[in-house]
Design a protein around this ligand. Sequence first.
Ligand code: TEU
Ligand code: CA
Length: 544
Amino acid sequence: MKKTWWKESVIYQIYPRSFKDSNGDGIGDLRGIISKLDYLKDLGVDIIWLSPIYQSPNDDNGYDISDYYSIMEDFGNMADFDEMLQGMHERGLRLVMDLVVNHTSDEHHWYQEARKSPDSPYRDYYFFRKEPPNNWQSIFGGPAWDYDEVAGEYYLHLFTRKQPDLNWENPKVRQEVYKLMRFWLDKGVDGFRMDVIPMISKYLDFPEGDFSDFNRVIETLYTNGPRVHEFLQEMHEEVLQHYDMMTVGEGVGIAPDQANLYVGAQRRELNMIFHFGHMFIDHGPDGKFDIVDFPLTEFKEVFNRWDEAIGEEGWLNIYLDNHDFPRMVSRFGNDEEYHEASAKMLALLILTLRGTPCIYQGSEIGMTNVAYDSLDEYRDVESLNAIREYREKGKDLKELLRILHVQGRDNVRTPFQWDDSDHAGFTEGAPWLKVNPNYPKINAQTERTNPNSIWHFYQKLLTWRKEHPTLIYGTYEEVTKGDERLFAYLRSDKDHTYYIIHNFTGRAQNFDFPDGDWALELSSYASTTDKLQPWEGRVYRLTT
Ligand code: TEU
Ligand code: CA
């Protein structure tokens, strides 16, 4: 397998709005990020993925772009951007930008022009129809076809009404995308995280969807359209191959057996994707707000299945949360009694599975979900749409509040908890989204003072991983199949074999070793016992 920097690196995702505010307006910004570059370097990550910072009316916090060539005013300006990029490069950090090109904002001038007349040269940049051709639903609720008064026609939006889908069939659209990519790459950015990239090619016969299973519709009708690979190969040919860069696709809707069509090294498309196997794992037929239980075995099978499907041909991005999904310690660990233990164990998990890990901001200090006591505190458009829908249909709003405590995207968007001062040291003003009230206990300052903290465990693991290439290129094999308590696997290459074991329960557990002699390499606990302690993770090295 070919060795490259993007396989050996660890990514850290910044959600700029919530990272650090520098000017007291309550909104995180680029100068805030600049002030924290030493923090990131010290932690030991290699690549920063920045959620969108382009000009946007913020219907979906920047995932609705109105100008790809300028910086959102809330975040600063191009000079701040250049300084930030330079500051990263000086520290040996790379920058990956979010590329959101399945849709634009309806305030983008392409859409503004398009809606004016059927004869506009921009009309074909989007999908307009006299009547909705099918029953498609928006991923954020309501119909995916909405009537535009000015256009006098319906237009397609798979996300909010203010996010019209671009028509990639039009070669001009594709050239516009390649052009904006070159603009940022020529500035020196090191890659792109591609938002909903499997959605760019549409089924032009627009088949009806069976919405008794929403995720199924996403997988079969909204993604992996007939020309998606052709488009990505063209993008590779025109742009990607000309730069030393990395690409990671948001792999929504991609099934394991389709993965290498996107990331197989011979395909000349993307370097890696992140899949949704474990993100959709607790979604019932009605989607994410229809929460269902899942056993540990199913969680493990997701990783096994994907690792096997990728094999030696492609590459994966490994993550347990991001700006769209609940906090990993709240969702897959225990954010109460075993907060510290489970946060550390999950850190060990993401840093030892096979693939390029991505740490979402705040995981390194064990930030948790938030449970606002009122629906009025929510800001995310997906939650706001759900609240409106529940109101309209007379459904139980208390129940919705409970659901949002578990699944709402604002769980991960609360301001970063820097210290125990007002608003967690995120801002001098009033934060755009209320800080999690647990900040006096959970914050970066406390974490950095305590040598046994979650933060220091991340720091230690990040160094350790770099020194052990087996963790990067070695094979992966789960060895606790069928076990509902433990998740253990072997990582090996011709030089070394590691046995990595995680206790996914709040009780001490006995465990077995595979054949051979094993020496303890590290534990997520300060000291070990015969049994695995609650939510303990360990690494053993084969010595014979
Ligand atoms: O997400 C796309 C996506 O399909 C899901 O992650 C979706 O947001 C989630 O399941 C809904 O709960 C990307 C971005 O990551 C997200 O923030 C944007 O809102 C979305 O695309 C539209 O650009
Ligand atoms: Ca600000």
